[in-house]
Design a protein around this ligand. Sequence first.
Ligand code: ADP
Ligand code: MG
Length: 273
Amino acid sequence: MTDHNGSDDELLLRGEGWTEVYRIGDSVHRPVRPHTATIHAFLAHLHERGFTGAPVPRGYDARGREVLSYVEGDVPVDPLPAWAVGEEQLAELAHLIRWAHDAAQGWRPPADAVFGAIPGPPQSGVKPLFREPELVAHQDYCPGNVVFRDALPQALIDFDLARPTTRVADVVNALYWWAPLCHPQDRGPALADVDVPRRVRLFADAYGMSTVQRQQIVDAALRRQRNSSITMRGAAEADPVFRRWWEGGVKDKLPRAESWLTATAVSLREALE
Ligand SMILES: Nc1ncnc2c1ncn2[C@@H]1O[C@H](COP(=O)(O)OP(=O)(O)O)[C@@H](O)[C@H]1O
Ligand SMILES: [Mg+2]
């Protein structure tokens, strides 16, 4: 959805409502954050490695905002519509993420790198999903961050939460949104009745996951889900936008996802074997 902000050449783009993103011609302009320079370096690396499914960093405008290339296409919003959630779309998303991972592999963040995070102080009870990071990856595959063209996922935008992680930990974020790993009542009609274990298997196959990676998925998803409840509660205390999301349903949706995931874990493990 787009809105005029009053000037002739700037269009306000609306996603999750977190960031004021303006489109000017074939660029988008976003507020600078502490991690912006690090993310620009990362995006430049992805493009150098031939990954074209991300905005090109274009420096800063006269008002100090970051500038990125505008990625043509359609960006779905939550709840995901039927055209965005077929098996073909899911497999293509897995290919896109695999391509990004392979391009990211080997990138060493600069010594002064800063990475973004959900608002709020570090919360006790959050458990790491891995011992050693393998690469820097996107980590925020919500519907508003995936651009479709010809009804297939073609690009990722909004790298604000990209950080050192593992392939499996990054994939479980994508699976949360797109398998999806949440309770049927929280999914929207297009995904309410899908066979989630089958879709998780399809994603793992399309990505080309190893046996070891497949064995790690369910535990990583469970741990991520518990962490997510804790982190989002902390963010709701720290930030009014997150408080609105929390009170608007996230506070029920996250524990429901955890119960559903616990109950579905055996079927997911079987499907991934
Ligand atoms: N580089 C881009 N190319 C195309 N659309 C974009 C781009 N950046 C943002 N948008 C659009 O603006 C919306 C919000 O931008 P985003 O960077 O995801 O901010 P938020 O932090 O609010 O999620 C996106 O969902 C998308 O529709
Ligand atoms: Mg976004």
